[in-house]
Design a binder for this molecule. Structure first.
Ligand SMILES: NC(=O)c1ccc[n+]([C@@H]2O[C@H](COP(=O)([O-])OP(=O)(O)OC[C@H]3O[C@@H](n4cnc5c(N)ncnc54)[C@H](OP(=O)(O)O)[C@@H]3O)[C@@H](O)[C@H]2O)c1
Length: 206
């Protein structure tokens, strides 16, 4: 399949990241329970929809203002991180995508099934020598556990774009666009992103 420019434009890196985290690394299966931690952002909004398209039961963690967005994406359950704790022991998940919020490895493990998988997607915003201290600790610990805690770096692949285009054309995945900004307002858009005030993605028009 040849992708048009327009098709490629609506399938950004975030979508490929969510796809690879779920399928290549997370090896998601229909019927599994999946927790998307950071469900309302660029990667998370794709992850929720893709996990549903793969037949998983999906729980999204986000802020109060974005509960409606994550529900509208098809999440079966939503957890408001300002009032509830996904790791309170009431529920365990087969697969956790750690995209936003930087929960500790201990809390992630507490919410994970004994043979479950955590995929570390999100960065750490600095704060340590490598900027990946939590992920590296998790991956090292994983060598001694039945639980799998996996590092992950997305690649750009044409086959992913084709798969995502099919899902978008079938209406199973809809890019979640907050709003678009002209190029000269790009700094404002970046500030909103930094403050977690964006629902899904923003576009810059040139
Ligand atoms: N590994 C890779 O190859 C790869 C590829 C692409 C991106 N990334 C990384 O993935 C991360 C996410 O990217 P993105 O584009 O999705 O960013 P984003 O659009 O800024 O979304 C991040 C989300 O994190 C959520 N968040 C903040 N605090 C939280 C908390 N305590 N609990 C749960 N969620 C919380 C925010 O949602 P609320 O406002 O709802 O809290 C926000 O929407 C970034 O660190 C990025 O660098 C990694």
């Amino acid at each position: 399949m040849n992708l048009s420019f327009a098709q490629a434009a609506v399938v950004p890196v975030s979508a490929g990241t969510a796809l690879q985290a779920l399928s290549d690394i997370g090896r998601v299966q229909a019927g599994q329970s999946v927790l998307v931690h950071g469900a309302s952002g660029g990667v998370g909004t794709y992850a929720v929809q893709l996990a549903k398209a793969f037949g998983a039961e999906v729980t999204g963690v986000c802020s109060t203002a974005k509960l409606d967005l994550v529900t509208s994406l098809g999440a079966d359950h939503v957890i408001d991180h300002s009032h509830e704790d996904f790791a309170d022991g009431t529920r365990r998940y087969d697969l956790i995508l750690d995209i936003g919020g930087r929960p500790s490895v201990r809390r992630l493990r507490r919410a994970l099934e004994p043979r479950g998988t955590v995929v570390f997607v999100g960065g750490e915003n600095g704060g340590s020598l490598t900027g990946m201290g939590r992920q590296l600790r998790g991956a090292l610990l994983s060598l001694f556990l039945r639980q799998r805690l996996a590092l992950f770096m997305a690649k750009e692949r044409a086959t992913d774009l084709e798969r995502l285009t099919e899902l978008i054309e079938a209406g199973k995945v809809i890019p979640s666009m907050d709003r678009s900004y002209p190029l000269d307002e790009a700094p404002n858009a970046m500030r909103l992103l930094e403050r977690d005030q964006v629902r899904g993605k923003v576009a810059i028009t040139v």
